[in-house]
Ligand binder design. Sequence first.
Ligand code: ADP
Ligand code: 5GP
Length: 221
Amino acid sequence: MSDLHRPFNREKGMLVVISGFSGSGKGTLMKGLMENYDYYSLSISATTRQPRPGEVDGREYFFVSKKEFLKMMQNGELLEYARYVDNYYGTPKSYVEAELAKGKDVILEIEMQGALKIKAKYPDSVLIFITPPSVEELSARLRGRGTETEDVIQKRLEKAAMEAEGIEAYDYILVNDNLDKTVKHLNYLIQDQHMRVRSQISFLEDIRRQLRAYYAEMNSL
Ligand code: ADP
Ligand code: 5GP
């Protein structure tokens, strides 16, 4: 399925920001996207939070101390960073820049403050907000994941109420109901961005050049 919806002319990689309430299924969707399509690169953030059971340093996150995080900030190694429920999270700059240069669509799975910073720095980036179909389902997913204490779950649900107020800053909202369907939909949404006129400038110039040459030849007959 990977090439069916791929635009014929990808001029460059795109920066894609995915945000959503904790437990909405962002991590699960990212896994589906990476497993099914070869033109994405997922940025791995640095965080000061503790790894959850099963999380591996350098795979889900680079797990660092507060001191190390501060050093990365001061050295300008982070594209953006934010504090989220008692911990710091940030996007290492070098990987994102290298993958974009290779033509990959780079996905940042980050929260809202970071998303806004990225939009300000990269106006061509696309911002997508993931929600579950209902709050009841969100709460069930958070509890079903079984990785947080009740206290942390409560904080994350409170945070969701605040985040809901900022969703207008995003370009798209995507409801994660059926997982397979949402993965496909997310891929279509991102790939369609490559067809925006401003993403097709070289192609447009080429067509204009061809038309001018055609017109010049017709006139010289
Ligand atoms: P997030 O990264 O947004 O915090 P996760 O990807 O960890 O969320 O998903 C939270 C829980 O919901 C996980 O247990 C995951 O298996 C489940 N989940 C994700 N997407 C769906 C879906 N479409 N339908 C049902 N359960 C889902
Ligand atoms: P979690 O602890 O559930 O893995 O992540 C908590 C929140 O931090 C999520 O909303 C996630 O998207 C966000 N996040 C993860 N990495 C980054 C990052 O590099 N920068 C910012 N701003 N947010 C991040």
